[in-house]
Design a protein around this ligand. Structure first.
Ligand SMILES: Cc1cc2nc3c(=O)[nH]c(=O)nc-3n(C[C@H](O)[C@H](O)[C@H](O)COP(=O)(O)OP(=O)(O)OC[C@H]3O[C@@H](n4cnc5c(N)ncnc54)[C@H](O)[C@@H]3O)c2cc1C
Length: 552
């Protein structure tokens, strides 16, 4: 069997790579090799809104919507400094308009996500990739990877009685990491988090029935010795899991079934929601998932999805990283086939960008765990994480520390990180640390741009099936892109240092040339400058002779 691109694994990462290759270049011959027959069960149900955009790009959003998964508008947390519940919403300050379903990818639905039954979701995606022309082989396992130096020369398959040869190979095999292991790629785990998850599915949980088709908030509830997730994944089925440190689990000497049922009984809100529900009774467990691979590509191969690395499920980010990395790999292969850009530059952009994103998520997960005052039995574990991470816990320093992971990589032109806006991250740091934070943009009024020790380079932007080079400033692993809101803010900061003048000239351009309303432009400018200050691109000072900027 010969093809242009062979993809190992038909999960979300594999389907994304295959579907995008065919969508943008239908003549490419793509094979997907999947060892299971779909539908197959898989943990990892709670999406983030960034996925919705990719589903739309692939052309599968309507099919996913038609599967009637609950619409996720955020999460409710019992976590951090107090016992009070708090919400993290994808549509802050707005009420979700419960429009009839199936709905369209428009209006508020662009800001929402799904909670998916993976057995259904992964099949919808794989069937869609097949429909676009991918040669999907289910029930076929890659058994041997044949290599020559840093090249893959072929894959031996379990049941096609043959080999597959391709120009490019993509490892989307999840934690199996088929190519990563074949090339003996090292992994690192820059976190002290060593957790175990135990989960089961429940039928007819209260919330799943009453709110299953409206906008839902997943429930994340911490106990003294771990935390529970409660995620409705269909109108009648709910995923309920418990995560705790592996060492603590071992020390209890209890079975996973006993720990799981004790945790549910100990959490009043979740035990109430499950009081009339029936567990499916297939308790599953997995542990030690935090890692990032040293290398994400080689001569003619790439890793995408979990095979690149994974950060703790507290962030609900695994699927987002799977879809976004799959998308980038598809774009790079398209570009390599077209011969547009230097292959080494493309590969290094992918490796440095995606590795940085995974590591940033690990850093964020460290913060979530170490700043949870409700982990009464896990105080030592929390301080160990805090010590390893070098964490201080007040909201301002936590925000600045998270900013060291960078704000520029996720959405070119807009300051976003870890799937959150700058305001979202500020809100989380406040909730977790229990202390107030300040906006530096509101406390200072002299903003001095610091570019002298940065180099001018290009970074890759992945859009509409093409990769383009955009100018950026780079300092170490930090990027300051000269595009979007960043560009507008940079133009103003190069002209002025006075806060009012900077804001006014930015507002003028963004409202007259870029089509933003002044309220949205003001928020984006404020968030971007805050990110620039936190990342050290702007030195902020106070000039007592001049007014402050009235930030909302
Ligand atoms: C406890 C836990 C909770 C999680 N919760 C969330 C969450 O709430 N939200 C979230 O976004 N993420 C969550 N995740 C992460 C999420 O499950 C993964 O990030 C996601 O499944 C990765 O997708 P993937 O396509 O890379 O890999 P997978 O979905 O694992 O797909 C890999 C595919 O490769 C196939 N395969 C493997 N080996 C071979 C072979 N030799 N030959 C052929 N095929 C092969 C497998 O059968 C599989 O279908 C969680 C993870 C864990 C462990």
């Amino acid at each position: 069997m010969k093809c242009d691109v062979a993809i190992i694994g038909g999960g979300p990462a594999g389907s994304t790579v295959g579907a995008l290759l065919k969508r943008y270049e239908p003549s490419i011959d793509v094979a997907i090799i999947e060892r299971e027959h779909f539908p197959r069960e898989h943990v990892g149900e709670s999406h983030l809104p960034a996925i919705s955009q990719i589903l739309d790009e692939i052309g599968v959003w309507d099919k996913v919507e038609a599967a009637n998964f609950p619409v996720k508008i955020g999460g409710t947390y019992r976590w951090g400094a107090t016992d009070e519940l708090w919400d993290l919403s994808f549509i802050p300050g707005q009420t979700f308009m419960d429009v009839p379903r199936p709905g369209k990818y428009e209006g508020q639905r662009r800001q929402t996500a799904f909670q998916v039954d993976r057995s259904v979701y992964d099949k919808v995606l794989l069937d869609h990739a097949r429909g676009l022309g991918c040669n999907v082989n289910e029930g076929v396992k890659v058994t041997i990877v044949e290599t020559d130096g840093d090249r893959v020369t072929g894959l031996k398959l379990s049941s096609l009685e043959s080999e597959i040869e391709a120009r490019y190979y993509v490892d989307c095999s999840g934690d199996a990491g088929i190519l990563r292991r074949a090339f003996d790629i090292g992994v690192e785990s820059p976190t002290a988090l060593r957790n175990i998850a135990i989960w089961d599915y429940w039928q007819d949980a209260e919330w799943a029935i009453t709110l299953g088709t409206g906008g839902t908030l997943i429930q994340i509830m911490s106990l003294g010795w771990g935390w529970l997730w409660f995620i409705p994944i269909s109108p009648t089925r709910t995923s309920v899991g418990f995560v705790l440190p592996a060492s603590y689990y071992k020390a209890t000497g209890k079975s996973k079934e006993a720990i799981y049922s004790e945790a549910i009984k100990a959490e009043p809100l979740i035990s109430k929601l499950l009081s009339h529900a029936r567990p499916e009774g297939v308790i599953q467990a997995t542990k030690d998932w935090n890692f990032v691979a040293d290398r994400l590509c080689g001569d003619n191969w790439f890793l995408a999805g979990d095979s690149c690395g994974f950060a703790d499920p507290i962030l609900s980010a695994g699927m987002t990283l799977a879809h976004t990395s799959g998308r980038k790999v598809a774009y790079i292969i398209l570009d390599l086939l077209r011969g547009n850009h230097d292959p080494e530059w493309l590969k290094s952009e992918y490796t440095s960008g995606h590795r940085a994103q995974i590591k940033h998520h690990m850093q964020f997960a460290d913060f979530w765990y170490s700043s949870n005052g409700r982990f009464t039995d896990l105080k030592e574990y929390c301080s160990e994480i805090a010590e390893t991470a070098g964490l201080t816990l007040d909201a301002d320093s936590a925000f600045r520390w998270l900013a060291t992971g960078g704000f520029a990589l996720e959405a070119p032109g807009v300051a976003r990180a870890l799937s959150y806006s700058v305001s979202g991250i500020k809100y989380v740091t406040q909730q977790l640390s229990g202390s107030d934070w300040d906006w530096q943009v509101a406390k200072t009024n002299l903003w001095l741009l610091k570019l002298s020790d940065a180099t001018e380079e290009n970074f890759a932007v992945f859009e509409a099936g093409c990769i383009s080079k955009l100018k950026c400033y780079r300092r170490g692993d930090k990027i300051l892109p000269v595009t979007g809101v960043y560009q507008r803010v940079l133009e103003s900061l190069k002209k002025d240092v006075d806060a009012i003048l900077v804001i006014n000239s930015c507002l003028e351009v963004m409202t007259t040339q870029d089509g933003y309303s002044s309220a949205v432009a003001m928020t984006l400018i404020g968030e971007t400058i805050e990110a620039l200050i936190a990342e050290g691109w702007v030195k902020a000072k106070v000039n007592s002779q001049r007014p402050m900027v009235p930030m909302a």
